[in-house]
Design a protein around this ligand. Structure first.
Ligand SMILES: [Zn+2]
Length: 531
């Protein structure tokens, strides 16, 4: 398919390090020139500033002054809305420095040692020397107006509901409508658009700072630095080395954020972040054929039946709660293997139809993908398609229960050895993937064990059962630390109950399916294989 070819071409352009090295900084320089480069005329005009910012947000997925994303609304978690927060800063925050010298001085000295990085990361030779320290000073000013998370929580300002119109009044330095329209294109955005702001104080102070610094070229330099930082993973090895060096200077050797890895790993993870449905489809066809999915679904329904049966074994549960518990489970959205839409090749091709991937320049491919990824994901999130509730990749090896969507997810990556194989004795499959299935199902009952969670249940019998499990786990220790039985209670319930349910399901399964012969040479019974 077309999108598959694009994904492969993208991966190849990432692997072609010879080409990337030979092009050096040229692709970046060309790109920077399109946003005014380092030396622009007419700096200081608010219009130019907003125009550059708009380009950065819309075209390069770069957000220097604030972070924009789409997430669940604070009042109704089933609805996604636009959210704005302070940006993540590359520089360590001031309070990380215990030295008596000023933060700025320390950072400046450290950065000067890494002058190579600065120039490689795009810092020009001909910028007046004070622009550099002025830019640093601007960044540290920005960082200083971030409200600490704890304070925001205490003052109940973590979710401030507002509109673009109000934002424009409170933080006028940014042309919010134009910038957000650029960021969310092609999704329409208007002045009364509901928005959740996580740090309104920051946005107001940020706006004042931008107005104060408008005359300097500092704002522009800062934006370019952010853009280069965002794109540098796509540049030649000197940039990777420089980033590593800079990271060591800024965060110290131990805290270095950049870990060098094999090229193919890096390229694979870049390709999968941009082409998730395409790679998902390739993986599913390879490791999770239709007959495996069918078997997995049969096992799941056996587990579900065994769970219903086990509800009658619980002395503390009353009849009414049993019925409610069954309804709760029957209403679950069950996702086994992959989100359905990834196998709809035509639809996936549409998502990537405007994306152009070339053989020559990896940087341009990354830029094109950043834009396409942003457009696709915003469109999906703001349209609330239930098939997009997956928060993991189909190839991940990690199941979960989502409280928000009342959904259990078992990605295709789990349906492999040693957890699952259609050729394995069913004891092995039930003892592995079956236990995980039952584990996630039991998480839907989490509220019963919370204080006051099940008012009609026999609370004293329930409390006794809880105390027993807490006590059992408190007798274990891990890495020399005693386990906190209360803290891990919900997981322990799911583990223990899950094992019992999966075993029961296996016994029921045997009654319906043909008996399996003992495995020669292994010398274990099927029960032993299960455990
Ligand atoms: Zn769990």
């Amino acid at each position: 398919s077309l999108s598959k070819e694009k994904a492969i071409l993208f991966y190849q352009s990432c692997m072609d390090t010879q080409q990337i090295e030979s092009q050096g900084t040229q692709p970046l320089k060309d790109l920077l020139n399109q946003v005014g480069g380092w030396n622009i005329t007419g700096i200081g005009r608010a219009k130019d500033f907003n125009k550059t910012l708009q380009t950065l947000m819309g075209k390069y997925n770069t957000f220097p002054f604030f972070r924009v994303y789409v997430g669940p609304s604070p009042s109704d978690s089933n609805i996604n809305i636009i959210q704005i927060d302070h940006p993540e800063f590359e520089m360590p925050p001031e309070n990380k420095f215990k030295e008596k010298k000023s933060y700025l001085e320390v950072t400046y000295q450290r950065l000067k040692q890494g002058k190579n990085s600065w120039h490689l990361l795009g810092g020009p030779q001909d910028v007046p020397p004070d622009s550099f320290s002025l830019t640093l000073s601007f960044i540290s000013n920005l960082q200083r107006v971030v409200t600490p998370l704890q304070e925001r929580r205490q003052r109940g300002m973590l979710f401030y509901r507002t509109t673009i119109r109000e934002l424009q009044e409170k933080a006028p330095a940014i042309d919010w409508l134009l910038c957000l329209q650029a960021a969310f294109h092609p999704v329409p955005v208007n002045l009364s658009q509901p928005i959740a702001v996580h740090d309104m104080d920051y946005l107001q102070s940020m706006s004042r700072l931008i107005e104060q610094w408008q005359k300097e070229r500092v704002l522009h330099i800062y934006m370019i630095v952010c853009l280069v930082g965002n794109l540098s993973p796509a540049l030649d090895s000197r940039f990777q080395d420089a980033r590593l060096e800079l990271s060591k200077i800024l965060h110290g050797k131990m805290e270095s954020r950049v870990i060098p890895e094999e090229r193919w790993r890096k390229c694979l993870s870049e390709t999968s972040s941009f082409f998730e449905p395409v790679l998902g489809q390739m993986i599913v066809q390879e490791i999770f054929p239709e007959q495996n999915k069918k078997l997995a679904e049969q096992m799941f329904s056996e587990i579900q039946d065994a769970l219903y049966g086990q509800l009658y074994q619980l002395e503390w549960m009353d009849e009414q709660t049993r019925l409610e518990a069954k309804v709760l489970v029957s209403r679950l959205q069950v996702e086994i293997g992959y989100p359905a839409h990834i196998l709809q090749t035509a639809k996936v091709n549409v998502e990537y139809q405007n994306l152009e991937i070339n053989q020559e320049t990896f940087l341009l491919n990354v830029v094109a993908c950043l834009k396409a990824l942003r457009e696709n994901s915003y469109q999906r999130l703001l349209q609330h398609r239930s098939e997009d509730n997956w928060k993991i990749f189909p190839w991940d090896v990690h199941s979960y229960y989502s409280l928000r969507h009342h959904m259990v997810v078992f990605p295709a990556g789990m349906f492999r050895s040693p957890f699952f194989n259609p050729e394995f004795p069913s004891a092995v499959n039930f003892g592995a993937i079956g236990v995980f299935m039952a584990h996630e199902l039991l998480h839907t009952f989490y509220s019963y064990v919370l204080p006051g969670g099940c008012p009609t249940c026999n609370r004293s019998a329930l409390q006794q059962a809880i105390d027993c499990l807490v006590k059992q786990y408190e007798s274990y220790s891990m890495f020399g630390f005693k386990i906190n039985g209360t803290f891990t209670l919900l997981e322990n319930i799911a583990d223990n109950g899950g094992l019992a349910i999966a075993y029961q399901a296996y016994k029921n399964w045997l009654k319906k399916h043909r008996q399996e012969k003992d495995l020669p040479k292994i010398g274990l019974s099927h029960d032993q294989l299960f455990y």
